[in-house]
Design a protein around this ligand. Structure first.
Ligand code: SF4
Length: 230
């Protein structure tokens, strides 16, 4: 098969996979959000549950609505507001430093550039890619634990770290899916392809997923053995 044929086949494959996931995980309408809020919320979300991050972010943004306000915020007060997100001392320092840098270096705006964003305290590639996607509506692939796990299970990539997954995914996943892939796989990972005991028997990808095919074979073999043994 020539290069174009292989590319078409790849496009068809991803189109089919995403269609099947969307059938069981209906998507909300994609809404671009304020980049400052996306950036600060994503820093707060590190090692925190979504619901706790949401409470902390709401409390914080009720008081500090802009980078200018946060940059001069009282550290103790910031800590108290973000307690629900956990690691609140380190996170409070980071977000206030980030706000200061935004004010001093970037005219109180979040830079629309991943290389600049990752220079900010507490900001790695996942956070920066989240800001590009959810704050600027720019094609990028934020790789969190769900995206990393599912991409490997489905055989899209063969990687050990989220950074490697991001690099490999940008090579195989057609660009038109980059903006939506994070949200889609996060919800798919919470509800179906869970970290432990994924629901392979109910999964719409179980006929094309190497891990799913193996899991289902094991389940059938276990049942067969039980029957023989009984
Ligand atoms: S078949 Fe199982 S491992 Fe594969 S994507 Fe579905 S739930 Fe995940």
């Amino acid at each position: 098969m020539n290069k174009q044929g292989a590319k078409n086949q790849e496009e068809q494959y991803f189109s089919e996979v995403i269609k099947r996931i969307k059938k069981i995980i209906p998507q909300g309408k994609f809404k671009r959000r304020n980049p400052y809020r996306v950036l600060i919320s994503t820093i707060l979300s590190q090692r925190s549950k979504d619901e706790n991050t949401a409470i902390a972010a709401e409390q914080l943004f009720n008081v500090y609505k802009t980078p200018e306000e946060l940059a001069v915020g009282n550290l103790n007060k910031i800590e108290k507001l973000i307690v629900p997100a956990g690691l609140y001392r380190a996170k409070a320092k980071n977000i206030r430093n980030v706000a200061n840098i935004l004010v001093e270096k970037y005219d109180s705006k979040v830079p629309r550039d991943i290389d600049e964003m990752v220079k900010l305290p507490g900001v790695g590639r996942k956070t920066a890619n989240c800001v590009l996607v959810y704050g600027f509506n720019e094609p990028a692939i934020p790789v969190d634990t769900h995206v990393h796990r599912i991409s490997n299970r489905l055989g899209w990539v063969d990687t050990k770290t989220p950074e490697q997954t991001e690099t490999e995914l940008t090579q195989v996943l057609p660009k038109k899916y980059w903006i939506e892939i994070n949200e889609l796989l996060v919800r798919f990972g919470q509800e179906v392809c869970r970290p432990v005991a994924p629901h392979c028997t109910l999964c719409p990808l179980n006929d094309i997923c190497p891990v799913g095919l193996a899991n289902i074979k094991n389940i059938k073999n276990t049942k067969k053995h039980k029957k023989i043994g009984s």
